[in-house]
Design a protein around this ligand. Structure first.
Ligand code: NAG
Ligand code: NAG
Ligand code: NAG
Ligand code: NAG
Ligand code: NAG
Ligand code: NAG
Ligand code: NAG
Ligand code: NAG
Ligand code: NAG
Ligand code: NAG
Ligand code: NAG
Ligand code: NAG
Length: 498
């Protein structure tokens, strides 16, 4: 499980960057014909960009052309989405807390960072002018991998973000000594004692259009120069930075949309095999399932309401709110749903339940006999507010300790408060965070990297049940033991209070 992911990481790190021609911002690349975009392009004297005066005939002609272009591809996947210049691929790294990571490029000359994608928090930060940061090399990161550290001094496009800046409001403003001093930030995460602090800076984030002629876009964004990290960030979580994708105005999706560079929406698709995709501007498809976000005015986050669940033949009534958080490794549910769902699952599986193991974070684990080649699981669905069904494609975690010795656990943790739809419940779905319509959308989708015909060992064609095919026996059991131990650094990178 670990090696293919790390293999991909190495590939990603080694991959040559897309050659950047003169970064022409084509008119057709924008969803919005806003003055803001025009000023943005003009301010950068982009070769080839043509921006007619608002109100002129050319303006309306251009607008009509734009509309036609949009209508022409309205039902196809939007071709003007953006992804990172280093690619739209994400990879789940078991050695780094089972989160999905992507490679981003920042600054001039550009530097790459491997950042965890977190819908549960807002700020994007990278290790920077380090006073206390994670190490830059470790066997966990892969052989020959050495992470970069950002420094505003080393980038010619870096700009200060002062206390007077409108984005300087997510932290303790009282620690601003003067309007003209650098804007400090502190973000505390739910994982024990886990935080990042430093100053906000502005620099170029390199993005790429996702159409037939990919072009590099240099987006000026505000992010955290993370001088001091604590807790999980010094161990296995996000050692090279965290990419907050939340709703607040400091997050990169908010900045991209406020600059008119992308529609106010993004999607992530996490394949069963641990690879995935991210697309900024993606508003999903007409045939996707949807539910409205439940917005708490005091803290905007991707919260949805769940009105019930089915486990195989069992229907469970429930009313709860849950945070959709890619920065939490495994799903957390509070009672009564937790107990009802786990008991129903236990009653419908064939395997013998194992006694709880203090080293294993999950309560419901089941023994797999050495001769077994498949596991049959009851299908789990969540019903969301409005009636749409959210399928749980991959509810278990399979442990392999020795050759042919397996057990699996229902990968749900009991919560005392907040319910969290974690990274594991997002597998096999393209999930759309439509921030304009304040709607979560999802659809079963094969977003894994390969051209497999079956979905990563899962057989979703069977009614009411999911079958998991046992993987090949591990070739080296000590590697597997190490993998298992790394699971115990469970991550909760939401910045909300549990
Ligand atoms: C990053 O810099 C290298 C040269 O140092 C250049 O070849 C590459 O195109 C740049 N990447 C981006 C996304 O601009
Ligand atoms: C790591 O670097 C060494 C020396 O440059 C090289 O021999 C080795 O093949 C590299 N390993 C990987 C996995 O790239
Ligand atoms: C960055 O440059 C400024 C001005 O030259 C200097 O005062 C500061 O110490 C430098 N910071 C680092 C981390 O090198
Ligand atoms: C904000 O700053 C004040 C004064 O420095 C301090 O007393 C308070 O604890 C800080 N609050 C937070 C949340 O850091
Ligand atoms: C968090 O920090 C406090 C005080 O520094 C310490 O007592 C506690 O053990 C830490 N908790 C964890 C889980 O590391
Ligand atoms: C994502 O990237 C891959 C490889 O660069 C590319 O083939 C694919 O078309 C991209 N996906 C989308 C939706 O643009
Ligand atoms: C779960 O949802 C899917 C898709 O709506 C449906 O086909 C399936 O029958 C549901 N399973 C159960 C057990 O309700
Ligand atoms: C699937 O579950 C539904 C109720 O959720 C039941 O009516 C149906 O008979 C089940 N189908 C199979 C093949 O078990
Ligand atoms: C969402 O669920 C909570 C219970 O967790 C309930 O209090 C709230 O009214 C629900 N909101 C909507 C809009 O259904
Ligand atoms: C689910 O329903 C089907 C058909 O009604 C039945 O054959 C099967 O035994 C039921 N499964 C469980 C676990 O009750
Ligand atoms: C999936 O299930 C269908 C129907 O039961 C079966 O024909 C197919 O061979 C299965 N595929 C795999 C990969 O198990
Ligand atoms: C298994 O891998 C470990 C290092 O991960 C190595 O020390 C050991 O020799 C390997 N064992 C076999 C049988 O290959």
């Amino acid at each position: 499980m670990a090696s293919p992911a790390l293999g991909l990481l190495l590939l990603l790190l080694a991959a040559a960057l897309i050659p950047a021609p003169a970064s022409a911002i084509g008119f057709q690349l924008h969803h919005r014909f806003s003055d803001r975009v025009r000023r943005w392009a003009e301010g950068r004297a982009v070769p080839g960009a043509w921006w007619p005066e608002k109100g002129t005939a050319e303006y309306y002609a251009a607008l009509a052309h734009h509309d036609r272009a949009l209508r022409g591809r309205a039902l196809a996947a939007a071709s003007s989405d953006l992804s990172f210049a280093d690619g739209n691929a994400t990879v789940r790294l078991s050695s780094l807390g089972f989160l999905h990571y992507a490679i981003v490029s920042l600054g001039t000359p550009n530097m790459t960072f491997l950042v965890a994608l977190d819908t549960g928090s807002d700020l994007f930060w990278v290790p920077c002018d380090c006073k206390q940061c994670a190490p830059t090399t470790s066997p966990d990161f892969g052989q020959n991998v050495s992470f970069n550290i950002y420094s505003p001094n080393a980038s010619s496009t870096s700009k200060k973000v002062l206390c007077s800046n409108g984005l300087c409001d997510l932290q303790n403003r009282t620690s601003c000594t003067a309007e003209a001093s650098n804007c400090p930030y502190v973000v505390q995460y739910v994982s024990a004692n886990t935080s990042s602090s430093g100053i906000l800076v502005e620099d170029i984030l390199y993005l790429m259009t996702e159409d037939a002629a990919p072009q590099i876009i240099k987006a000026p964004i505000v992010f955290g120069c993370g001088e001091i990290q604590t807790g999980s960030f010094l161990e296995r979580a996000a050692p090279n930075g965290l990419f907050g994708l939340g709703m607040e105005k400091i997050s990169v999706p908010s900045i991209l949309s406020s600059q008119g560079l992308a529609s106010n929406s993004f999607s992530m698709c996490f394949g069963d095999d641990g690879t995935g995709r991210i697309h900024f501007g993606d508003k999903g498809s007409l045939d996707q399932q949807e539910t409205p976000f439940v917005i708490d005015k005091s803290f905007a986050s991707y919260m949805i309401n769940i009105t019930g669940a089915t486990v195989g033949n069992d229907s469970i009534a429930a009313i709860l709110s849950a945070l959709v958080d890619s920065g939490t490794s495994f799903t957390y549910l509070a009672d009564p749903l937790y107990t009802k769902l786990t008991q129903s699952f236990k009653a419908q599986v064939q395997e013998q339940r194992l006694n709880p193991d203090p080293d294993v974070p999950f309560e419901f684990c089941f023994d797999v006999s050495p001769t077994q080649t498949t596991i049959s699981l009851p299908e789990i669905n969540l019903t969301t507010r409005g009636g749409s069904i959210f399928p749980v494609n991959d509810p278990i975690f399979l442990f392999s300790l020795q050759q042919n010795e397996y057990f699996y656990c229902l990968a749900i943790m009991k919560s005392n408060g907040l319910n969290i739809i974690g990274q594991n419940f997002m597998a096999g779905l393209r999930i759309v965070f439509d921030r304009e319509r304040l709607t979560l959308g999802w659809k079963n989708f094969d977003c894994s990297d390969t051209t497999k015909t079956t979905k990563g060992g899962m057989n979703s064609t069977r009614a009411n049940a999911t079958q998991v095919t046992m993987p090949k026996p591990p070739s080296n059991s000590s590697t597997q033991k190490k993998l298992t131990r790394s699971l115990f650094s469970l991550l909760l990178l939401s910045s909300t209070i549990l």
